[in-house]
Design a protein around this ligand. Sequence first.
Ligand code: ADP
Ligand code: MG
Ligand code: MG
Length: 889
Amino acid sequence: MKKWVYNFGGGLNEGRADMRELLGGKGANLAEMALIGLPVPPGFTITTEVCTYFYAHDRKYPDGLEEQVGAGLARLEEASGRKFGDPARPLLVSVRSGARVSMPGMMDTVLNLGLNDQTVGGLAEASGDPRFAWDSYRRFIQMYGSVVLGVDHHRFEDIIEHVKLDRGVSEDTALTAEDWQEVVAAYKETIERETGRPFPQDPREQLWGAIGAVFGSWMNPRAITYRKLHDIPADWGTAVNVQTMVFGNMGEDCATGVCFTRNPSTGENVFYGEYLVNAQGEDVVAGIRTPQPISEALAKPGEVSLERAMPEAYAELLRVREILERHYRDMQDIEFTIERRKLYMLQTRNGKRTAAAALKIAVDMAHEGLIDRAEAVRRVNPASLDQLLHPTLDPKAPRRLLAKGLPASPGAASGIVVFSADEAESRAAKGEAVILVRIETSPEDIHGMHAARGILTTRGGMTSHAAVVARGMGRPCVAGAGSIVVDYGAQTLSAGGQVVRAGEVITLDGGTGEVFLGAVPMQEPQLSGDFATLMEWADGFRRLKVRTNAETPLDAETARKFGAEGIGLCRTEHMFFDPNRIGAVRQMILAHDEAGRRAALEKLLPFQREDFIALFRIMAGLPVTIRLLDPPLHEFLPHGPQEIAEVAAAMGQDPAVLERRVAELAEANPMLGHRGCRLGITYPEIYEMQARAIFEGALAVAAETGNPPVPEIMIPLVGIKRELEITREIIERVAEQVFAEAGRRLTYSIGTMIELPRAALTADAIAEVADFFSFGTNDLTQTTFGLSRDDAGKFLPFYIEKGILPRDPFVSIDVEGVGALVRIAAEKGRKARSQLKLGICGEHGGDPASIAFCEEVGLDYVSCSPYRVPVARLAAAQAALGQAVDRTA
Ligand code: ADP
Ligand code: MG
Ligand code: MG
């Protein structure tokens, strides 16, 4: 006969903590606590396999279950010296659901099961307290009535209110045994009226009713939704725990409480929790009475800690805390009850915690010798570090909500509202903190986004331009706040009747998507202390190097501060959008011939050189990968008649000429058009100028500091070996010229992005002329799937919701498809050239799952935006260590 029931407590322990799949988390840990000698009221667990059987067999129970539950009950009767349904000494139990992972949406616990019109008398007798007995009985009917029989809980609350009104009292505690007796009578009447059947008096019927309700709740809509949201398979099933009751509500020497072995929001090593004297189960969280703190150290004036109220029970609890932490080697979230001064443990589990607490607890526990450093590194979710690297709103500060959008990029920012990128830049230059507010953003807004402390858009999703760029820059961003109306003409934004004018202050919380009126006080991020310690440990375990994507000195400096080991991608076109240079860029584009282009490029050269010098100083001695011009030229030209007229006037050009050139350069499909190395091959003078700027800049820094960077010049969008050969020749020629002029040489390398399937498939040929490959996985994803990211918003979310794709391939690398190309290119490339350096520079370079893939394929480095550098360092360490565990909330 298959075993469906596992006993715990009372000297018979058949389960263990590692049996959570079979026993659910609650049952497995109850067994484990009993096993290590902690005081656990005896009980038994009906396995998750029964739940699975139940649904596979038309809601029927397997053979043998009834007998095994009966035997379990008999054991509880023996252990407690009470009998189920015995009017004199009744056994009472709780029926508790417990899935493998804690799951809101499941049936609530039923306490005091086994009470009926007879046994209530026995309980009154045994406790010497009829009021307690009738209160327990009415609680039982209320819980059973609402969670098992489905009677609306308001019905019960109304009855209590009615009785209180009748007696002229306002507190539950003022009701007497007779009052509760009256409540019970009214409850039973209500149940009979609502369900058409009297309240079940037979304890066995009650028990099976509750067991059936737990299994039934596995498929209720709330539970199904929760499972869907958290990727919990339906076939896991839930277990049911039946446990002997202990009473925290039998008088002033009784209590019940919940606590964490450490502070779950700060991680501080203090016993943190709450309790109530003379209370049962969920009274502590129900908010009817104000719970008191567990430890004296946390008691405020007027509060009575458990430490003071019940010193022996507290001492015992403290001992349990110590044992549990040593045993589980992690912070525990525990539930306990004190019956007549004796402590009973009712639950323990690894406690949920904030990112800050996860970090502190991991580091502290390693220092305390509870875990080793590798384990500490495994325990912090890299993605959660994001929360710690940005200023956050002071949780205690008052605030006035204006609107809510999407939490597009974490961090908080306050500043004055501006509605254009140019104004953002000019006011920021004067030292003002600005929030750039746009309906949506485009590449022309980049400088304003950079200058702004935060970005707010009213349109667009989590992968809109604003969201992606803001995350890359580490700017807090609330995107798609649809309830806000922006009026550029009037220079106002409004929401819910509130109007905010340009120049007035708002605050964004990019972590929640909230927009507040006025300035909300902030807390600065802590990059020292525990954070630094954990990062240092992580660095000791990782193999992958971590670089950053950066094109401004600010980004480069931030990234260095976060531990970047060089630049993996410097996008030179961002430098072209700067207002000082865009004129010369446009002049180049409008030129009729090579001579005209060269003249314009001549003007750009000093700017580019200065850009590189600034970056090279910061990245002294480190590799700096610079990608030569990539986007199609029309991106630099104005659009629309008004803008064309303005630009033409500024350039002293005929608007008609400009308009014609804009029309000439227009492409049906710019992503696949005249861009990348195709530009460099058709207009070699552009790449010549950029190469010259790079070499001259590097030599200047070498002369200045004696510590030059190692430029790695990267050619975008190569699909054919010959393309790289041609561009390589251009660069080598310029290098020789510059070195001859300077009379000094420099180490540098030339490589390519791999962002087209053809490049990946012919990587062996390409590697013959490449010193390195950098996987541009944004474009590689677009070209592998044959989808344009800018147009994917119409179907990609649907695909993910329907499970056609498991996740957004722009967030986490598509290992099956895009990953296969990366693997092929890495293998072929290394076969052709064993020293070939391999890296990744798409946004995936900062995504922990993608980083694990990079580790597996054996890339040399990942490159990501500055604020993701610590995330990548930790993720790389975890990838090297193997499986990580997330304990954050
Ligand atoms: P949840 O999963 O919602 O926490 P639990 O099954 O843990 O539900 O129970 C809810 C409350 O009832 C908790 O406070 C718990 O400590 C209390 N409780 C459960 N079983 C017993 C019992 N046998 N004796 C006393 N209190 C109990
Ligand atoms: Mg609980
Ligand atoms: Mg690209």
